[in-house]
Design a protein around this ligand. Sequence first.
Ligand SMILES: CC(=O)N[C@H](C=O)[C@@H](O)[C@H](O)[C@H](O)COP(=O)(O)O
Length: 228
Amino acid sequence: MILTPEGLEALRSQLIVSCQAYPGEPMRDPRTTGQVAASAVIGGAAAIRVQGLADVQFTRAAVEVPVIGLWKDGHEGVFITPTLRHALAVANAGAHVVAVDGTRRARPDGLSLAATIAGVHRDSHALVMADCGSFEDACSAAEAGADLIGTTLAGYTGERPKTDGPDLDLLEQIAAAELGRPLIAEGRIHTPVQARQALDAGAFAVVVGTAITHPASITGWFKGAMHA
Ligand SMILES: CC(=O)N[C@H](C=O)[C@@H](O)[C@H](O)[C@H](O)COP(=O)(O)O
């Protein structure tokens, strides 16, 4: 299945579940990622977002829904699918959509975001999601040819405060600009009510990660509330 920009319409108002385990964690195993992804699809996830080439491959085999893939390299600066090489590797692993750093920061390979997106479109069938950290990022990512605009990096690049929940103000601002690309709300959506609020703020679809697929964090939330 090749996902086209028109095909994205199937994701309108839907829930996308991000399944990620971090280096050194017990669940850091592509088979586990695939199983968690398949469980999320049973619950109604319309697409899955996963990190790492093996996780993309295992998840493609485990679910029928579109897979958004990324490759995190490092954890500072531009680290979400930072170069065209990373992006094409994610596409070749089978991702329908490649999520890349969509900020205005310099990229390690010296390519612009526009050149990176053009390279993915030229050499693969994948669409590109730009993970943005601000309104300005979103505008320039749309200009650069991104197929989807995400608020993934809001609160992580210094341009926006790290809100407790989703950055609803940013979502409203980007939605009002009518950039003509699906706007994906992502980042710190921890409750069903917040997911609904993200849609109401103008999001086309909503990504939830930690609150569904990261038991260590969720356990910590309960424990913290009990001992506050
Ligand atoms: C900033 C960054 O590195 N975000 C990553 C992007 O893929 C993931 O660590 C997040 O879990 C994902 O964005 C979903 O967000 P949340 O887990 O808050 O629902």
